[in-house]
Design a binder for this molecule. Structure first.
Ligand SMILES: Nc1nc2c(ncn2[C@@H]2O[C@H](COP(=O)(O)OP(=O)(O)O)[C@@H](O)[C@H]2O)c(=O)[nH]1
Ligand SMILES: [Mg+2]
Length: 313
């Protein structure tokens, strides 16, 4: 069994040595532990530092392509180099690398496809009350969309089985964390969480300038994933509701005008009815189209998985 530990890095020369020094050389259940650095267009000495510390596996992005792309390119590399399990950790040494065996154990045991390190954000000292509340709310929304029960949905400290990695398909260019949970949950993969501690912060997040930007960017990813997986709920339910509601002004118009001396008087009701009916029809048609696109996506994902499997043989 071969374990790959992948580290997406954007200018991490300061903290990468601490990460590399603390990754266990031996992990129970694996013959080898390989380290992979994904250099996402760093302009500092990230690559030199990694080489100095013995890293042999690299994925290079000539320009910055973002964390989501770095993550999926890392998975592809690890799979094509014989990985049985892939652990992701960050280059800022936020996560306790000594806990890597805790992440891999449920996969080796056959209980899980994906294991997520739960930072227990409710107890982290340097997180403010608002940030803690937002973390809980954000995770609640993701779990609703994914039909899962993951306490820390934005943790980047995770393990993926080869099976889970083969099925992974991330389409947003920003972060993989929530989208991969929604996709895995919808694909009925077994997701387990294990409590982990966190190291003191080494620097500010570079993914988000502040909590509001975090909410906006993550909200977009979650909403898009939800639309993609539940198009009928998102479009057809409001569509049918509008169609039913449009009957009210139509009936009102009919009741007031049949036999009336001046039928033109209630034309507003007629217009409102037409507007609601048209909107309802549009929503319903959009829902059906989006559902067809979803069917297409499922087929594409099956093909992607197939191609990946063939590449491994
Ligand atoms: N911010 C950012 N991080 C990237 C990018 N590409 C790779 N990374 C790496 O992704 C990891 C997480 O980034 P970080 O800023 O700590 O985000 P946070 O901990 O989720 O707030 C780090 O190891 C970065 O080096 C990118 O385009 N932007
Ligand atoms: Mg970080």
């Amino acid at each position: 069994m071969k374990l790959f530990v992948q580290i997406p890095c954007l200018n991490e020369q300061q903290t990468l040595p601490d990460v590399l020094k603390t990754i266990p050389k031996k992990v129970p259940g694996f013959e080898s532990v390989e380290i992979l650095v994904i250099d996402d267009g760093s302009t500092d000495k990230t690559v030199e530092v990694a080489k100095k510390h013995g890293v042999k596996h690299f994925v290079y992005h000539r320009t910055n392509r973002g964390l989501a792309r770095s993550f999926t390119d890392g998975l592809d590399y690890a799979l094509s180099h014989g990985a049985d399990v892939i652990v992701n950790t960050d280059g800022d040494n936020q996560y306790p690398q000594a806990d890597i065996p805790k992440l891999t154990e449920p996969i080796l045991d056959g209980r899980a496809d994906i294991v997520i390190g739960d930072r227990q954000t409710g107890q982290i000292q340097h997180f403010g009350t608002f940030k803690k509340l937002m973390q809980r709310f954000g995770s609640w929304v993701v779990n609703k969309a994914a039909k899962t029960n993951v306490p820390d949905t934005v943790s980047g400290f995770r393990a993926y089985s080869k099976e889970a990695a083969l099925k992974m398909n991330i389409v947003n260019s920003f972060s993989y964390c929530t989208e991969s949970i929604i996709s895995a949950g919808r694909n009925r993969m077994a997701i387990e969480s294990v409590p982990v501690t966190t190291n003191p912060p080494t620097r500010k997040s570079r993914l988000f300038k502040n909590i509001f930007q975090h909410m906006y960017k993550s909200g977009r990813v979650i909403a898009k994933s939800y639309f993609m997986h539940e198009p009928l709920k998102v479009f057809v339910i409001p569509g049918l509701t509008l169609l039913v509601v449009s009957a009210i002004p139509f009936v009102r118009y009919l009741v007031l005008t049949v036999g009336a001396s001046d039928p033109g008087q209630h034309v507003q009701s007629l217009l409102l009815g037409i507007a609601l009916f048209t909107a309802g029809l549009l929503f319903s048609v959009l829902g059906v189209l989006a559902d067809l696109i979803k069917t297409n996506r499922i087929t594409n994902e099956k093909i992607l998985e197939h191609v990946r499997r063939q590449q491994l043989n």
